[in-house]
Design a protein around this ligand. Structure first.
Ligand code: PMP
Length: 394
């Protein structure tokens, strides 16, 4: 019977990884897949995670099931990390999920349970997985303008104009920080305007927070999600631990549903537990336990935060170096946006042919929409990339 299923399109980023691996050039540069890399091109296990893993190995006495929502200690530690004291803990339902992707998927599922005709508004562009999951779930998706092709910043007027169509029963998906794939983000005044619009229309926000600590700092990157959670009657938050704890393959994430009172929280918690049960039963625990150990042990936490800060600072330095080098080579300020963008990505606004030229003639691999992973660079490759960008006529 399976012959009736049509072939699924291959994942473009995974195809790009494959092409990079097969390229024999020694000076090739991989700016494709969204994984943090150090100057040697290595994705390290963070020191605090390694230490927690050792301790866990020595002290863990059982691998029996946790709860359907995962370990409550993980939820407590992550809710505090993401929401601080923006809302009362008793109003937050939370469930561990396999990665941030699992949280995103469960959030859409919950919205569909609440409203089978839910429309999900997503930024144009957004993380391609948002779109493919929504399509797979047959959920109506509406794009709102987000990226301004000229300035490479946010087209905020366009965004607000498009979001003016939302109504109660719709879900508005927002990137909490470090927008993927553009790197362009809202400022505080703009976030407030979005909140005002949500309050006026009654639509429900869903915040995808996959890069807390990669932009302006752990607290700073949570500022928008905290403002939202404190202002609107209800919201969903999908948090990923993949990047900021460097535990990509452990599949660690948390879905939070913030409500206004303990009664609604109880209902939401039951829904989250139910959804976990239907989709995969108990969530993975290893990564979640490591995160909990790191966040609750003052020494491990301080070391983790320091290492995360080094990673963030390194990416900011690379942004500045690339912007400076491009300014020097092009004699113009038009690449200044690279230093303004935050997170791992910047969309440089190259046409598909230019992206192809960069790959073919210069061995520079970036995603077809010209998203580049800044962490794929180092001090040696920045000038090479800048030269290639200018020579490709971007
Ligand atoms: N949301 C966004 C915007 C992302 O970029 C990612 C990671 N690529 C995720 C969610 C989830 O990542 P993971 O499932 O690996 O935790």
């Amino acid at each position: 019977m399976f012959e009736t299923i049509k072939e699924q399109p291959a994942d473009k980023i995974l195809m790009l990884m494959q092409a990079y691996r097969e390229d024999p050039r020694s000076d090739k540069i991989d700016l494709g897949v969204g994984v943090y890399k150090d100057a040697e091109g290595h994705t390290p296990i963070m020191r605090a995670i390694k230490a927690a893993e050792k301790k866990l190995w020595e002290t863990e006495t059982t691998k029996s099931y946790t709860g359907l929502a995962g370990d409550p200690g993980f939820a407590d530690a992550m809710v505090a990390l993401v929401l601080g004291d923006a809302v009362a803990r008793g109003n937050v339902a939370a469930a561990a999920t396999p990665g941030g992707t699992g949280a995103v998927r469960q959030a859409f599922d919950m919205a569909k349970m609440a409203n089978p005709d839910v429309r999900v508004f997503v930024s144009d562009p957004t993380w391609p997985n948002h779109l493919s999951i929504l399509k797979h779930m047959k959920i109506e998706t509406v794009m709102y303008r987000y990226f301004d092709a000229d300035s490479r910043g946010v087209d905020f007027e366009g965004m607000l104009a498009d979001l003016a169509q939302v109504r109660k029963g719709d879900l508005v998906l927002l990137h909490g920080c470090c927008h993927n794939p553009t790197g362009a983000n809202l400022n505080t005044t703009q976030w407030q305007a979005v909140i005002d619009l949500l309050l006026k229309t009654g639509a429900t926000p869903m915040v995808d927070l996959a890069y807390q600590g990669f932009g302006d700092g752990l607290e700073e990157d949570a500022a928008a999600v905290r403002m939202i959670a404190a202002s609107v009657p209800e919201c969903l938050i999908a948090a990923s631990c993949s990047k900021n704890f460097g535990i990509y393959r452990e599949r660690t994430g948390l879905l939070m549903a913030v409500a206004q009172d303990a009664g609604a929280q109880k209902l939401n918690q039951g829904t989250l537990n139910y959804l976990n049960r239907q989709n995969f039963s108990f969530p993975p625990d290893h990564g979640a336990r490591l995160v909990t150990m790191v966040l609750t042990d003052p020494e491990l936490r301080a070391d983790w935060a320091a290492e995360l800060e080094e990673m963030r600072g390194g990416m900011l330095d690379l942004r500045q170096q690339l912007a400076d080098e491009l300014q020097r080579l092009s004699g113009s300020d038009r690449f200044g946006f690279i230093a303004q963008h935050r997170g791992m990505f910047s969309r440089i606004g190259a046409a598909p042919e230019q992206v192809e030229t960069l790959r073919r003639d210069h061995g520079v691999y970036m995603v077809g929409d010209s998203r580049m992973n800044i962490a794929g660079l180092n001090a040696k490759t920045v000038p090479i990339l800048a030269d290639a960008i200018v020579k490709s006529g971007v």
